[in-house]
Write a protein that binds this ligand. Structure first.
Ligand code: GAP
Length: 434
C-alpha cells in the first residue's frame, strides 16, 4: 500500500497535478505546488462544496476574510495560549518530533529509537515541551513585539468575528451557518505524507449557529451531511471510520468531536472533523449576547462546526480514483471533478482537413468545458494518456466525420465507443456530466 503513495506522487509530478514546492532551489520541507491539472481538480472540489453547502441552500452565507487578523482575535480564541503540540528532540541528532507521533510512548515504554539517526535508549529524547503552532509575522517595518501578527491557523475565527455583520446584512435567523474556503497556516513539527500534512493548506469550514437545546440533533445532521459529501467524492465509505474523540484529546474549544478517519496507505488518519464548539467562540469575541429575535431576550447561539481539509480531499480523491487495469492506468475520478471533461483528437495530424474539423469541434466545446487537445502518436497512446489523468470522454475526428458529421466518443470507464452526430455532442456530454 505504501507503494500506492509513491505511484500517486509520481503521477502527480509527471502529469502536472502537484509538484514539490520551490523545486529548483532544492524544495522547501513539505511544501507543494498545484500544477495545471491539480488546480483544476482542487477548484472543482471547492466549487462542488460551495455549490452544495452555500449556493444550493438558503441558510448558509459565504465569506472570504483576510488571512491576517487582529492578533486580539487569537488571544480571545485561545490559540495564542493553547494551540500547541508536544515537541521532543533527539539528544543525538537534534531532530524534533511531535511526541504523540513517535512510534512508542516515551513516558511508558522506556527504550525508544530515533527514526532519524537510529540512536536508541531510555532517555534519548528531551522532555516534551509545548510548541505553539501559530505562524508569527510583523505588521509594518518594525519587527517588535507590538507589531506581532499571526497567519490564521484556521478559517473559523473570521466567521465568529463577522457574526454580527452577517446577521445585520443577511437577516438570517437560527439555525443558520457561515461558510468559508481559504488558506490556513500551522508551523507543524512533523509535516509529511505528501499533501496530507503541510504547513500551508486550505480548509472548507462551516460554523453552523443553533439554539443550545438542538445541538445533538444538529450534530447528527451534520455528521450525515459529511458522510454524503464523502460519497460524492467517490470515496468508498467502508474506508471511513467515525471516531469519537475523548475529552482529554479534544481541541480546547470543543465539547464533542468526531473525526472522520480514512484508511490512508500510511495508516488510518483524520480526513475531516466535526466539533460542537458550543458558545465558546461567540462568548470570547462579544461582550454582550449577540443574537435576538423579535420580542425575545438576547442570547448566545451555540455552534456546530463541520470542517474539511481541501488538500486531504484532493489526496483521497486521487487515492480512490487510481486504478491499474490490464494495460492501462486510469484515474476513475467522479466526472464533476475531472480536470478535463473531454479530449479531442484528429485521427491523423498530417491531414489538414481532419485537423481543421477537429479544431472547430475543440473550439466549440471549449466555450463550455475544459477540453484537451492531443494529436501526438497513435489513438491508443492518446487514450492511455487521457485515462491516466482521468478525462472521461475522448472524441476522435476521422474520415467518416468529413462525410457524415459524426465522431467517435470513447468512455473512460467502460472503454466503449459510440458514434455521435457533431450537433448532438454538446447535449450528450452535458447530459453525462450532470
Ligand atoms: N476549525 C477547526 C479546525 O481547524 P482541525 O481538525 O484542526 O480543525 C480541520 O482542522 C481540517 O483541516 C482537518 O480535518 C484536515 O482535513 C485539515 N488539516 C488540518 N491540519 C492540516 C495540515 N497540517 N495539513 C493539511 N490539512 C490539514
Amino acid at each position: 500500500m505504501e507503494n500506492l503513495m509513491e505511484k500517486i506522487v509520481s503521477l502527480c509530478k509527471r502529469r502536472g497535478f502537484i509538484y514539490p514546492g520551490s523545486e529548483i532551489y532544492g524544495g522547501l520541507a513539505n511544501s507543494w505546488d498545484y500544477g495545471p491539472l491539480g488546480v483544476e481538480l482542487k477548484n472543482n472540489i471547492k466549487q462542488l462544496w460551495w455549490k452544495r453547502f452555500v449556493q444550493n441552500r438558503g441558510d448558509i452565507a459565504g465569506i472570504d476574510a483576510a488571512l491576517i487578523m487582529n492578533p486580539k482575535v487569537w488571544e480571545a480564541s485561545g490559540h495564542v495560549a493553547t494551540f500547541s503540540d508536544p515537541l521532543v528532540e533527539c539528544k543525538k541528532c537534534h531532530e524534533r518530533f511531535r511526541k504523540d507521533f513517535l512510534p512508542l510512548d516515551i513516558d511508558k515504554d522506556g527504550e525508544v529509537k530515533c527514526t532519524n539517526c537510529g540512536a536508541s535508549g531510555k532517555d534519548i529524547f528531551t522532555q516534551p515541551r509545548q510548541f505553539n503552532l501559530m505562524f508569527k509575522t510583523f505588521i509594518g517595518p518594525a519587527e517588535e513585539e507590538a507589531n506581532v501578527a499571526y497567519l490564521r491557523p484556521e478559517t473559523a475565527q473570521a466567521m465568529f468575528v463577522n457574526f454580527k455583520n452577517i446577521l445585520d446584512t443577511s437577516r438570517k435567523t437560527l439555525p443558520f451557518g457561515i461558510a468559508q474556503i481559504g488558506k490556513a497556516f500551522r508551523n507543524e513539527i512533523t509535516p509529511g505524507n505528501f499533501i496530507f500534512r503541510t504547513r500551508e493548506f486550505e480548509q472548507m469550514e462551516i460554523e453552523y449557529f443553533i439554539r443550545e437545546k438542538e445541538w445533538e440533533k444538529q450534530f447528527e445532521y451534520w455528521q450525515n451531511e459529511m458522510r454524503e459529501w464523502i460519497k460524492e467524492l467517490g470515496v468508498d465509505i467502508k474506508k471511513i471510520h467515525e471516531i469519537e474523540i475523548l475529552e482529554n484529546e479534544r481541541a480546547h474549544y470543543s465539547k464533542r468531536t468526531i473525526d472522520f478517519e480514512y484508511e490512508f496507505p500510511f495508516g488510518q488518519k483524520e480526513l475531516y472533523g466535526l466539533a460542537y464548539r458550543a458558545d465558546f467562540d461567540l462568548k470570547n469575541h462579544f461582550k454582550e449576547a449577540p443574537y435576538k429575535e423579535e420580542g425575545g431576550e438576547a442570547f448566545w447561539p451555540h455552534c456546530i462546526e463541520p470542517t474539511w481539509g481541501v488538500d486531504r480531499s484532493v489526496l483521497v480523491v486521487l487515492l480512490e480514483a487510481y486504478k491499474e487495469e490490464q494495460d492501462r492506468v486510469v484515474l476513475k475520478l467522479p466526472l464533476k471533478l475531472a480536470p478535463y471533461k473531454a479530449a479531442v483528437f484528429p485521427l491523423l495530424k498530417n491531414k489538414p482537413e481532419l485537423v481543421e474539423k477537429a479544431r472547430e469541434i475543440y473550439n466549440d466545446l471549449k466555450k463550455d468545458l475544459m477540453v484537451a487537445w492531443d494529436d501526438r502518436g497513435n489513438i491508443g497512446k492518446r487514450y492511455y494518456s487521457q485515462d491516466e489523468i482521468g478525462t472521461p470522454f475522448c472524441i476522435t475526428i476521422d474520415f467518416d466525420t468529413l462525410k457524415d458529421d459524426t465522431v467517435t466518443v470513447r468512455d473512460r470507464d467502460t472503454m466503449e465507443q459510440e458514434r455521435v452526430r457533431v450537433d448532438e455532442l454538446k447535449n450528450l456530454l452535458n447530459g453525462k456530466l450532470q
